[in-house]
Design a protein around this ligand. Sequence first.
Ligand SMILES: Nc1ncnc2c1ncn2[C@@H]1O[C@H](COP(=O)(O)OP(=O)(O)O)[C@@H](O)[C@H]1O
Ligand SMILES: [Mg+2]
Length: 414
Amino acid sequence: MLNTISRYMPLLFAIMVFTMIFQFVESHWPQPAFIAALLTAIHSIAWYIAAAAILGWLVLLLGWLHAHDELPRFLQLRPLMDILDRLTNKQAVEEGFEKQDTATFIDAKSLSEALKQRVIGQNTVCDDIAAQIRRRLALSQRGKPVGVFLFAGPPGTGKTYLAKILAKELERPLLHLDMTQFSAGSHSLSQLLGMNKGYVGSDTYGKLTSGLQDTPNAVVLLDEIEKAHPDVLKAFLTAWNDGFITERSDSNQISTASAIFILTSNAGTQRLSEISIQFAQEPDAMREAAVNTLREAHFAPEVLNRIDRIFVFQPFKGLDIARVTALEIEDMIHGYGLEVADQGIDPDIILTLMARYQKLGKLGSSRDLIRAIEEQLADSLIEAKKAGHPKIKLQIDSEQRISAQAVTRPPTRE
Ligand SMILES: Nc1ncnc2c1ncn2[C@@H]1O[C@H](COP(=O)(O)OP(=O)(O)O)[C@@H](O)[C@H]1O
Ligand SMILES: [Mg+2]
């Protein structure tokens, strides 16, 4: 538009000059009224168009001067610029900010659903921990870990397992520390936090300090915390309260503020099982009773006071053990790079395993049973794998021998 007007600018000026001359002539030698009115109208239209064009040019000129930094200071728009535009790349900051937002606001519902898919019979715990983590990630306190959680309850109910699955679902690395290995005082501290300067081994970091330095957002699993030496517990209390832990070889402070700490404990098992059933519908009352039980079981009180939340695991009910058994068989078969066909596990296998599990009593670990059937199966699984059968089914004979059979043909080779 501006371009077209500009092109006809000489013509506009010519019209303006002509009409002006005519108006001058007319004021001295009057002409018929309608010609005078027509020429006056043409004159004013030409003026409006020319004025619009001149304004347009001015705006363009100012824009060009501004873009090329040629504008006098008082005309510059700089003072109104966003600080971020002036000092950094605002767009990049905006994009990063959006991403960070989605990273801290996780969807508690889909997290708890994902956990329940793998962890059987602990639905309340799964819902509760997903909600806790969501809340704590959104409102993280400065200089404190995201959370310090305790998983308490009978052995073999999935405490360690849930911690591992949780790390996987949160896409955080898992730093698994088996506290039974840290039951001796000073030796354990050196293993965790490194050797003091001048001692043999002071050139390498401790397990905890090196782990957190490499992956500050790890899920730190302190498995069977009641087995740890009191000095080790004291070191963890400092880590949780100060928001950092000191590597002893070079006094480097390593942040614990992005980590999630999960402690597991089998202390007070019998009473905790009862409590988890008695208060199944009252989570707050359950936690209170659990704290008292753990205190009575001589669980370190200072640790108990510092824990953000306790989750009480329930003993398995009904078909839960059958479900766990089936999942474990599936996992073991996945370990060989094979798949279980739909309904590929003979129900008698599950029933036999459950009977053995019950015979072993409460302390019996399902892992041992799975290991036992793995021994029986290993050869036929390796055969199936070698032959390229992806899907298998498991059968049991009258002498309780379990075997694997392929259900699909091997892929035809060209
Ligand atoms: N609730 C559960 N859901 C699914 N599998 C489970 C569950 N509990 C135990 N398991 C299986 O048993 C194994 C041992 O459980 P674990 O988590 O070590 O028990 P805990 O730490 O409570 O003593 C796990 O690796 C898992 O395969
Ligand atoms: Mg465990």
